[in-house]
Design a protein around this ligand. Sequence first.
Ligand SMILES: Cc1cc2nc3c(=O)[nH]c(=O)nc-3n(C[C@H](O)[C@H](O)[C@H](O)COP(=O)(O)OP(=O)(O)OC[C@H]3O[C@@H](n4cnc5c(N)ncnc54)[C@H](O)[C@@H]3O)c2cc1C
Length: 534
Amino acid sequence: MAGHVRSRLPYAPPPKGRGARAGRVPVAIVGAGPVGLSAAIDLALKGVASVVVDDDDRVSPGSRAFTWARRTIDIFDRLGVGEAIRAKGVTWRTERVFHGARTLAVIDHAPDAGVAAPAFLNLQQYHVEEILLARCADFPDLIDLRFRHRVTAAEQDAAGVTLDVYTEDGRYRLAADWLLACDGARSSVRGMMDLAFEGEAFEDRFLIADIRSPAPFPDERWFWFAPTFHPGQTAMLHRQPDGMVRLDLQLGPDADPERERLPERVAPRVEAALGGRPFDLDWVSVYAFSARRLAQFVHGRIVFAGDSAHVIPPFGSRGANAGVQDVDNLCWKLALVIGGAAGPELLASYDAERGRAADDNLRRAGRSARFMGPRTPAERLFRDEVLALAVDHAFAQRLIDPGRMSTPCALDGLSLQSADDPAMAGPMGPGAPCLDAPVTDPDGRPGWLLPRLGGRFTLLGVGVEPPAVEGAARLTVGEGGLGDPAGLVAARYPRGVYIIRPDQHVAARWAAPAPRAAAHALARARGAIAEVGP
Ligand SMILES: Cc1cc2nc3c(=O)[nH]c(=O)nc-3n(C[C@H](O)[C@H](O)[C@H](O)COP(=O)(O)OP(=O)(O)OC[C@H]3O[C@@H](n4cnc5c(N)ncnc54)[C@H](O)[C@@H]3O)c2cc1C
């Protein structure tokens, strides 16, 4: 059960004077997981060079994070890996929730038509890492990947960060203006800085298995409470590419992880879950979840992203999705700071915005964890009543919590967003993550709205010509600009002018073109105006 066949990533010894000879690098990234690699690509797209050091030289052995949500797929599109990820992944939108042998609910996660990205896509973490690594190779002058390079110390002063890096050919020092700590749940940078990682640990253990099976499985998420094949616990099954399924079985708090990992313990459980379908075990892990976060993600010139900043129980696939969304929020800000277009204070908004997202994810995942593994008699009574009533009552169906799936976090009311124009109403207010819609180019070619919005500030006019404001691109839908063939841009974005951030969130909007207000709101969105208000 070795898991994915992982070829070794190339090791390069530190050439004499490496780092010192090359001078300071703008950004050092510790950790080449999905978060560190996404950060290196996002920075490279903005012309910012980074050195990525990782103490390992292989991608993740098992699926680990494997369900990627629509917002993350939109980000992958912006990073230039969306096509490869879609080509390999299994897309799905339907979730079936069972109680014992009965179907309790069938949930459609994509009721809205007219968006390019699927609601969810299953792709093993190792495939995603391999696709991100291949994309890094497109930036040989901007991304320097160093495998089997372990960071053992990090010091910072007002000007930058110096890392001690250990390799089998000796140690060296790496100086950087900024350090991104993307070094995972057991972050060594966090440890070196002696930062508290507060939260709670859940006692329940889960058996997580990648299973190879020639049997057909539907492109759906299946979740069971008290399945007949695994009484009293929960189970989850997803199809993955390469003829694999991913099975998660709750084992309860008293399970012995060493024993439960043994093939002779795992095989009968899997056999029962698959109802006699043939299978081979590919990778097995017994895992206990915790829910923790750093109080602050930005510490001077050291910034935490992904699991190093927050570990989120994976119910609803929140872990790696949240990490990639951290990158999306952080990198344009860091690029502005490095380019001198914004002061380091802009990074405080990363703390506030992604801190809100982390709290939201932790709250929702904690609720799911308690629904699946009630810890008090009251929690158990609530859970059992909901499951019993859900058979006949729609209101109870809405209370079932099989790990509610990851959704993006709105940023309204936080410092970079302006107050909404009182003349505006409806969806897509300041802070909202942008929705996609089909568009046509002026020559009639079909396409999508979102790819035309990311990576820079854009003044988007819907049915209105946006004003020209320095520092932002302009895009018009209607009025001789892009076509709106299905009317979905107009339906999703009430007529007006929108400032769209590089991470595809609305920063401000008005019913009519307002050049002075737009210039002011753009300055706010770039962190140049600190106070909150119109
Ligand atoms: C068994 C298991 C099952 C999981 N299941 C799910 C799931 O179902 N759904 C879900 O969403 N998430 C799941 N996760 C969580 C998911 O894998 C993480 O959220 C994701 O990997 C976070 O990405 P990251 O890039 O922040 O960190 P990581 O992927 O952990 O990457 C960190 C990298 O930093 C490197 N590193 C660490 N210290 C140093 C150092 N000192 N010097 C150099 N390099 C260093 C490590 O080698 C590693 O490559 C699971 C995790 C595990 C372990």
